[in-house]
Design a protein around this ligand. Structure first.
Ligand code: MGD
Ligand code: MGD
Ligand code: SF4
Ligand code: MO
Length: 746
């Protein structure tokens, strides 16, 4: 880099939301070492082409936040957390967790995985190994506060819970978007840097955008049509759209028809859900519903896409299923311009995309159940809303130790106060987290990962959800400080400590995974390395670390014949082309076809039918996101906290008048789980009968170390929930569309 020797630039894929923008970091050097200064979008990035948002621009501040922990913390005999060395921290974990497991069995350890695991290489590579080492059934993740309904729906429809089709944003003629606000969230389960620009381009090329959202969001303002639906009723609306397609003879599965079964059964199952029948509950016009269905069917290509507002609701799995049912019935599943399955460079896709899919194993739900309330597992997980009771309720199988990795469930999950108490009563808690926050403050050992500038980045999750196939790897932008482990090494040492191999080399874990994967690959007749010698293959892998070697292996076994060296040689990424049809590669159903009306779905439909007649006038609450927030953990960055990013209760003017609420004055809000006091913001951006409060706030607990966040704490919306409201098929908490009472605070 030309210029002074004090400054250089480095590339880093942004880990702060699902858009995965390429960033150019300015790295400054002073007496104290190197740090990230100004940040701009990388114009040469093959995918993001220079796009950046305010969070990405604050990467430097976040990276060098003085509140970030730099050494492990270990609780001493007085109950105080004090700084420790890394060796000591892992000694404590190994010494305390092994006897617990030996005495009480593997289920005595609960594992909680939070959202940032999908934004780190460590989170993509090691938790599966941790879980297979522990063999606990007590796994809880942010998925049951988020997209689990989509996994269940994909599991049932395609036999493959991770096969999530994404809208072909750049080519579609018509986008029907429900419960998503990508102008503020930058998109989810649809990785698309500059989502706003891509929506504008859709409009410019003559495409249509319909947005269904109880709030007039920034995304809704961009739409041809905005429908302010009554929260929690999207499944009814979607069922009616399906009903209209059948009734008016508008279904046309096109090339798909050979690969789909259950169409007639589906037609019968949705017969009652006419537009007239659902309109009162949705608070929509039956005519508008018919028009939306006709437009969808008439569009040359179209994509139906639902997100948070269609997932974290009472009928989340049904709504998620109906989204793809519509894509199938209009012939838009697996076709350009519709919704497609991305093919990531690390994907194992040995089957040809063109052959019919052979019968698979299908997808099973409820293979076990939670101990206390009997919630069925979904995708190997139990509902995080049930974590507190699993810790608190005495008896055989009680959770006595918890490992949290990148998770803050005290703020993110229902009834944080109860969870707060429960975590406080554990025999052992370990948190892998850079902050001492509402959750990690209960840990006996906190293991802080280094700042993101010090870790390499590859998107294991989001490359499989991206609107264009592409691949990028950014190695660490700044070297680790002497004696500080990378997050991958922290995970590996944690696995060794809980697995009775404490003290072994962390690379043991990577070597184990590599030899296991290669042994499977050489035995697979469809694999490019079939019949070869696994040891020789392992010897050929390149990479400066265990995780890099694992990435190199995955790329070599992947569909594009790439290596880590190829990625290092192309630091702005490699474009792998537009999404292509590949349904046969992802199908794993027993029939080898898309199973349009799976049994568990059919059994849940009567519950939806009951909602048909319902039209209670109770006030309901929905959430919202702000461009300068991310869940619970970015309120500590001064540039991201403040201005319009505030924890206020948005109320429609008519409701405010009816309830006697004044703008800016405090209101009391009450629901099943508790009460909060919060300032009112009167705005007609929310529809009547709906109030909106963002999540991730409530930074007023003692014993945390997030000074900026604590100065403007806000309130924890999830305290309004008692954990009893969940979507039964997926175990996902109902975070949107639940009843509340609001009155002026006295
Ligand atoms: N009411 C309501 N509640 C919601 C939602 C909502 O819409 N409404 N949204 C839900 C959704 S979609 C989600 S995904 C969940 C999120 O729920 P969580 O995953 O529990 O919450 P986050 O705020 O993302 O917290 C992540 C934690 O990871 C830590 N962290 C950050 N970076 C790293 C890292 O690189 N490594 C490690 N090890 N740790 C890191 C942070 O310090 C923080 O403690 O919240 C859910 N809760
Ligand atoms: N700036 C920012 N970006 C983020 C995050 C963040 O916290 N801040 N979090 C990240 C995470 S973890 C996720 S999962 C994604 C989520 O990404 P999105 O799903 O786009 O998230 P939201 O912005 O919460 O949009 C959900 C919308 O659903 C609406 N809604 C609520 N209830 C209903 C309903 O019943 N029906 C319908 N149709 N709509 C409803 C809400 O008004 C809201 O506008 O965002 C990610 N990106
Ligand atoms: S849109 Fe997301 S990935 Fe892009 S800069 Fe902003 S936070 Fe980072
Ligand atoms: Mo999420």
């Amino acid at each position: 880099m030309p210029g002074t020797d004090a400054t250089r630039t480095a590339l880093r894929i942004c880990p702060l939301c699902e858009a995965t923008c390429g960033l150019t970091l300015t790295v400054e050097r002073d007496g104290a070492g190197e740090r990230v200064g100004a940040v701009r979008g990388d114009r040469a990035d093959v995918f993001s082409e220079g796009f950046i948002c305010p969070k990405g621009a604050s990467f430097g501040e976040l990276d060098s936040d003085p509140d970030r922990l730099r050494t492990p913390l270990v609780r001493d005999e007085h109950g105080e957390l004090r700084e420790s060395g890394w060796g000591e921290a892992f000694d404590v974990i190994a010494a305390r967790i092994r006897p617990l497991i030996e005495e009480h069995g593997p289920n005595a350890v609960g594992v909680v995985l939070g959202n940032p695991n999908v934004h780190t290489m460590a989170g993509g590579l090691y938790p599966p190994v941790l879980l297979s080492t522990l063999r606990t059934r007590n796994l809880f993740t942010a998925s049951t506060l988020d997209q689990m309904p989509k996994h269940v729906s994909s599991g049932l429809l395609f036999g493959n819970a991770v096969a999530i089709p994404v809208p072909d944003l750049d080519r579609t003629d018509h986008l029907l978007l429900l419960g998503a606000n990508p102008l503020d969230s930058n998109g989810s389960l649809c990785t698309a840097p500059d989502f706003p620009g891509r929506l504008k381009a859709l409009r410019r090329r003559g495409g249509r955008l319909t947005v269904v959202d109880p709030r007039r969001t920034r995304t809704a303002r961009l739409a041809d049509r905005h429908v302010a639906i009554r929260p929690g009723t999207d499944a009814l609306l979607l069922a009616a759209l399906v009903q209209v397609l059948f009734e008016e003879g508008l279904t046309d599965s096109g090339a798909l028809s050979e690969r789909v079964e259950g169409v007639d059964e589906l037609r019968a199952a949705v017969r009652d859900f006419t537009p007239e029948a659902v309109a009162p509950a949705c608070d929509m016009d039956a005519d508008v519903i018919r028009t939306i269905a006709r437009e969808l069917a008439a569009a040359p290509t179209a994509a139906v896409y639902g997100r948070i507002g269609s997932c974290t609701v009472e009928h989340g799995t049904l709504a998620s299923w109906l989204v793809d049912v519509l894509n199938v019935l209009t012939g838009n599943l697996d076709r350009p311009g519709g919704v497609l399955f991305p093919l990531a460079a690390h994907d194992r896709a040995p089957r040809p995309a063109t052959e019919p899919a052979p019968p698979g194993k299908g997808f099973a739900l409820g293979r076990w159940a939670s101990r206390v309330s009997g919630h069925p597992e979904a995708k190997g997980e139990l509902p995080i809303a049930a974590l507190a009771e699993e810790i608190e309720t005495p008896g055989e199988g009680r959770i006595r130790a918890v490992i949290t990795i990148a998770a803050n469930p005290v703020l993110s999950a229902p009834d944080g106060e109860r969870l707060d108490r429960a975590l406080g009563g554990l025999d052992l808690m370990v948190s892998v987290d850079p902050y001492l926050n509402e959750t990690s403050r209960h840990a006996d050992v906190v293991l802080p990962p280094p700042p993101p500038s010090r870790s390499g980045h590859y998107d294991f999750s989001f490359n499989a959800l991206a609107v264009r196939n592409q691949v990028r790897y950014t190695p660490p932008a700044i070297p680790l400080e002497e004696g500080t482990p990378d997050e991958c090494e922290i995970h590996a040492r944690l696995i060794l400590a809980v697995g009775g191999m404490h003290g072994a080399e962390p690379s043991t874990i990577d070597d184990m995974v590599i030899s296991g994967s290669l042994a499977r690959a050489v035995a697979d007749p469809r694999s490019p390395v079939h019949g070869q010698d696994p040891e020789r293959l392992a010897g050929r892998l390149s990479g400066a670390s265990g995780p890099e070697r694992r990435l190199d292996m995955m790329l070599r076994l992947g569909p594009y014949d790439l290596t880590l060296d190829d990625l290092l040689a192309q630091p702005h990424g490699i474009d792998l082309g537009p999404l292509r049809p590949r349904l046969a590669q992802v199908l794993r159903t027993r029939s080898g076809r898309v199973e349009l009306l799976p049994g568990p779905i059919a059994e849940d439909l009567p519950r939806l039918r009951q909602a048909l007649g319902r039209r209670d006038g109770r006030l309901v609450l929905v959430g919202r996101r702000h461009l300068r927030s991310n869940n619970s953990w970015m309120h500590n960055v001064p540039a991201l906290n403040g201005g319009s990013n505030r924890c206020t209760l948005q109320v429609h003017p008519d409701d405010a008048a009816r309830l006697g609420l004044d703008d800016g004055a405090p209101a009391r809000i009450k629901a099943a789980g508790g009460e909060l006091e919060v300032p009112v913001e009167i705005t007609d951006d929310v529809r009547k009968g709906v109030v909106s409060l963002p999540h991730g706030w409530g930074h007023d607990r003692p014993g945390t170390r997030m000074s900026v966040a604590a100065a403007r704490p806000g309130v924890n919306v999830n305290q309004l929930l008692d954990g009893s409201l969940i979507d039964p098929l997926s175990g996902t908490a109902v975070l949107n569309g639940f009843p509340v009472e609001v009155a002026p605070a006295r």
